[in-house]
Design a protein around this ligand. Structure first.
Ligand code: RAM
Length: 345
């Protein structure tokens, strides 16, 4: 992990600090000259779980200073490609097409490691750099660029909900797809954290597949199946606003507490009207930017991805590879009424 970037210095994990003011998370304009040892003209494909998800648009685009911006700055040819659904059957053909187009590096958020790894391992054998970001595929990549520690992300959401429901009551989880590595890892940490709250009971996990219509339906199903529900955690930026929209127009608004992960722009309305008090996230653009740098470092053989190696990721500063060939962007941040309007992504 690197030393904390000023932008995230007020970032917090857990509930104790929810009330802290956050004022410094706006887009950074600090700049740093790219390393001269890096290759130029690399063909790098940035492959989110799926297209059409604004979290990934922020992570990847030039406009938000995400992955493609970093690649442009470094003199590479970057392109965002993926399927339209958060499924391996949608994502895999795109990865295969990128490989046949002569990719030097793939930066990928994995929809399903099991389904993708044969293809990604074959790509690595051919000398193509594979970096995962956001959602890992641990056995078929050189580096994983993680948004925060998975335990930090899991704990923050459970602690937040516990504080809102007085540590008591039935809860449900509205996740993304059942094969997404990131949500599954976070949920496993949530289950551990829930042991600290014996009066909270996890009734079920439902899957909205990072699709708004499906997330809406499964949230409605949850409400009708569990009449005593006191809280919902939705650790996905598609699921959380969908669940919020369901509560917003129902008798449960303000009664059933909702927390999870999403970008601030998607949640402003629901925080303003009291449907959601607080939720957690990080800066997806920084995540994409860092992942792009990591891919170029690897593809240039400036690093191999071994633990302890470090590199300067442009405006974000220096990062060091930690255990499991992972780089951690920072710590999760809690957004609430007092800080949400400071952000525009
Ligand atoms: C959705 C995706 C992504 C996750 C965010 C929080 O956009 O599932 O992988 O990191 O939510």
């Amino acid at each position: 992990m690197r030393s904390t970037h000023p932008k995230w210095r007020t970032a917090i994990v857990g509930v104790a600090a929810v009330a802290m003011a956050a004022t410094t998370l706006s887009m950074s304009s600090a700049s740093a000259a790219p390393s001269t040892t890096l290759k130029k003209g690399l063909k790098v494909f940035v492959i989110p779980k799926n297209l059409g998800n604004s979290y990934f648009t922020t992570a990847d685009s030039v406009k938000s200073q995400g992955a493609l911006y970093a690649l442009k700055k470094l003199g590479e040819t970057g392109q965002e490609t993926s399927g339209t659904a958060d499924t391996p059957s949608s994502q895999l053909p795109i990865i295969q097409a990128d490989i046949s187009k002569g990719a030097n590096a793939l930066v990928i958020s994995a929809t399903d490691p099991q389904a993708l790894c044969p293809t990604l391992n074959a790509a690595m054998k051919k000398g193509i750099t594979v970096v995962t970001y956001d959602s890992d595929a641990p056995t078929c990549r050189s580096l994983f660029v993680n948004q925060a520690t998975p335990q930090g992300i899991g704990d923050a959401q459970v602690d937040l909900l516990a504080s809102e429901i007085n540590d008591t009551g039935e809860i449900g989880i509205v996740s993304a797809s059942a094969s997404d590595t990131n949500q599954n890892t976070w949920i496993s940490y949530m289950k551990q954290e829930l042991k600290k709250f014996p009066k909270m009971k996890l009734d079920t996990i439902v899957y909205g597949n990072d699709d708004t219509a499906t997330s809406t339906q499964v949230t409605q199903g949850l409400l009708s199946r569990y009449p005593n529900l006191k809280g919902i955690i939705s650790p996905t930026s598609i699921g959380l606003p969908a669940a919020a929209a369901v509560l917003d127009t129902s008798q449960y608004r303000g009664k059933i507490k909702l927390v999870g992960l999403a970008t601030p722009n998607e949640m402003k309305k629901y925080v303003a009207d009291g449907t959601v008090k607080a939720f957690v996230c990080w800066n997806p653009a920084d995540l994409g930017y860092l992942a792009a740098y990591a891919a170029v470092e690897l593809a240039s053989h400036a690093i191999t991805g071994a633990k302890g190696q470090s590199f300067v990721a442009g405006k974000l500063g220096r990062y060091t590879v930690v255990a499991d060939h992972t780089i951690v962007l920072g710590v999760p941040f809690v957004f609430n009424k007092s800080n949400i309007n400071n952000f525009n992504f």
